[in-house]
Design a protein around this ligand. Structure first.
Ligand code: PMP
Length: 465
């Protein structure tokens, strides 16, 4: 143990954390007895805790640290931008070069022609911004009743009031008095869980689209404004929708003039094997939100891209009112924008998206091989993201009671073996930094398999499996 480790221990990070820090997405009571895993540094795909133990970060932090956990160039760009212009805003016709450069870069990368870029600080803020833009737009177009927004059960769009309402997960609604009015949830396109007996992927996709159409008709097409979709559902359990799903969904939305909002917060910037999840899944969005890997998570920044039709409506309404009355102090913060632009330059120079596409072959091969494991009901993924679903019985797909206990058990065993993964209920998500190398992929999956073996043994001993 070196000096630093000793002093951190003596200082007891865990005790101080428990005393002072209210954690997001944490069982607050359990935290008081278990304390945190405190990470002190990172290098490549590895992070190190305050005991000096090293882990492969199998979720890239929060699906986001595409370049891993160190990068001198980004550190230098942040430092230089802080020295030149640490802050300026973009309200009231003000601008600065980092925001202009980044907006241009994003428009050049967009999966379909986009007109303008709006900046925020997080995925949630970006999605709340979109909700407000959609309402504002339909007021401009003289259709004040067309305001309802559809998202999907198990979709994840963030935690601010509108974004949490869009999120289709019970923990984001229960006891928070959400969702707000005018938010509708449609079917989750998860074939493994929700297909009826014998239904093919195509038939299931057709049914999802029919259910969407029925929802729109029931509510009245004149009241439905937009639908939010993550191309691949992330925090809901890494769900890749079935073949033909998006073609059918988009046909329904077009028919009723409902905007398609692509939430690319996880999928964007190479995660699914293309720059955008939209390209992998065949989506042509009207509005696109992105964050996370936009800056490789070195600083908080998010963006919303809107097409020309949306922009023209926003422009008209803002002129009528006198201003587009929305924006954050830190919209397009110059340091975050400079770091994001440099991140994109690094991606281009190292052909990170090409690398991710190449790595997706061994990644998906290892992932799909886990389907053989006695505890695994489904192994699903695309590109460099995937999940395994743990079940008590492969045939009946019965969950191990209580729900989430199997996921938590395997995640704990993974952590003991130097692998950080996330269990969303009983689905274990894997989403490593995109810089990961083949030997590291081998190591990640060897640790995960060992964790599944240990988890199965523990659950068997407890008579649950
Ligand atoms: N959308 C998606 C698809 C996400 O995965 C997330 C975060 N996991 C968000 C939105 C919200 O982003 P943030 O946590 O930055 O608010």
């Amino acid at each position: 143990m070196n000096e630093i480790t000793r002093s951190l221990r003596g200082n007891s990070n865990a005790a101080r954390d428990i005393a002072a820090h209210l954690h997001p997405y944490t069982n607050l009571k359990k935290h008081e007895s278990e304390g945190p895993l405190t990470i002190v540094r990172g290098k490549g795909v590895y992070v190190t805790d305050d005991d000096g133990k090293e882990y492969i970060e199998g979720l890239a932090g929060l699906w986001s640290a595409a370049l891993g956990f160190d990068n001198e160039r980004l550190a230098r760009v942040a430092y230089e931008q802080m020295r030149q212009l640490p802050f300026y805003h973009s309200f009231n016709h003000r601008s600065h070069e980092p925001a202009i450069n980044l907006a241009e870069k994003l428009l050049a990368m967009a999966p379909v022609p986009m007109s303008k870029v709006f900046f925020a600080n997080s995925g949630s803020e970006a999605n709340d911004t979109v909700v407000k833009m959609v309402w504002y737009m339909n007021n401009a177009l003289g259709r004040p009743a067309k305001k309802k927004i559809i998202s999907r059960i198990k979709g994840y769009h963030g935690v601010t009031v509108a974004a949490a309402s869009l999120t289709g997960l019970p923990a984001n609604h229960r006891s928070f008095d959400l969702p707000i009015a005018n938010i509708l949830h449609t079917s989750c396109p998860h074939h493994y869980r929700f297909a009826q007996d014998g239904e093919t992927e195509e038939q299931f996709a057709t049914r999802c689209a029919e259910e969407l159409e029925q929802l729109i008709l029931k509510e009245g097409p004149d009241t439905v404004a937009a639908m939010f979709c993550e191309p691949v559902l992330g925090a809901g359990g890494v769900i890749v929708p079935p073949r033909t799903y998006y073609a059918k969904i988009q046909a329904v939305l077009k028919k009723y003039d409902v905007l398609f909002v692509a939430d690319e917060v996880i999928c964007g910037f190479g995660r699914t094997g293309n720059v955008w999840g939209c390209q992998t899944l065949g989506i042509e969005p009207d509005i696109l939100s992105c964050a996370k890997a936009l800056s490789a998570s070195f600083l908080p920044i998010s963006a919303v891209m809107v097409n020309e039709r949306v922009y023209q409506a926003l422009k008209t309404e803002s002129d009528k009112i006198g201003t587009f009355g929305h924006g954050f102090t830190y919209s397009g913060h110059p340091v975050a924008a400079a770091v994001a632009l440099e991140t994109q330059k690094i991606y281009d120079e190292m052909d990170l998206f090409g690398h991710a596409r190449r790595m997706s072959e061994p990644f998906q091969r290892h992932l799909k091989a886990l389907a053989d494991h006695p505890l695994v009901g489904e192994a699903m993924g695309v590109g460099m993201v995937g999940a395994v679903e743990l079940v008590g019985d492969k045939k009946t797909k019965a969950v191990i009671e209580p729900v989430t206990s199997a996921g938590a058990t395997v995640a704990r065993h993974a952590q003991e073996r130097g692998l950080i993964v996330r269990n969303m209920g009983d689905r274990i998500a894997i989403c490593p930094p995109l810089i990961i190398q083949p030997a590291e992929i081998d190591e990640l999956f060897s640790r995960l398999r060992a964790a599944l073996d240990a988890g199965a043994e523990e659950l068997r001993a407890a008579g649950k499996f």
